[in-house]
Design a protein around this ligand. Sequence first.
Ligand SMILES: [Zn+2]
Length: 273
Amino acid sequence: MSQVFQIGGLELKAFSDGILKTSTEFVLGMEQPQAKSLTGANDEGAVFIPVNNFLFQKDGATVLIDAGAGDTMQATLGRLPANLASAGHGPETITHIILTHIHPDHANGLVDAAGAALFPNAEILVHAQEFDFWMAENDGSENDTIKRQRARNKINLAPYLDRVRRMRDGEVVLGCSPMLAPGHSPGHTCWRIGEGRDAFVAWGDLVHFSDIQIGHPDVAVKYDLDPDLARRSRLRMLDMVAADGLAVAGAHVAAPGLGYLTRRGTGYEFSAA
Ligand SMILES: [Zn+2]
């Protein structure tokens, strides 16, 4: 199943990988009663957030934005390959995969349980700063989460290493240009895609709890490796997206995750495309 939008001179399709169970306990900078009320969480704080993926075709290429979780996280995830296939986009038809960052719900879906590439013809576009951090060797200063994610990310990227394009701000491939927005991960990236004023921004995990962080962009989450840096990146990007009237494609914004921002007080309001 997919939904189709005309944005940035492109036909943009939105696909779901499923929903991810999380909790308001991960919210930093807001009291629990308000966080629960804004998200509609139950008393324990359980919240279900969507995992959205996007696809467009340009100049003969078929470009997928993020690769989903595969079968590695929760039973409610891993739907992306079937949803792509049912829209005629079998894994072999994907020529490029843009990664907003290399975290489990965005990159574990690159490989199967044996570590083989699930997208046999896809080149990976990723910010050099993100790729280099996760592919580096540990130097002993890392916490267990980083060590675990580094090990997993090396499995995720292993079959693609001869077709990874490490990009930097200012470079453009297929109309896609990375804008570093670090904090959630060291090279977390928002991708500006499409032409001029009609472009859209695939903003990855700039926002996890869209019911909270769009209206209150100063709120961070415990998933952020560096919450203060993530907060500054979010404030800067939301300001740009709203000021320029760009469309947003959000990985964890209410499905299908496409829309526009308008300023409201000290935060923003999201309206679906
Ligand atoms: Zn995510």
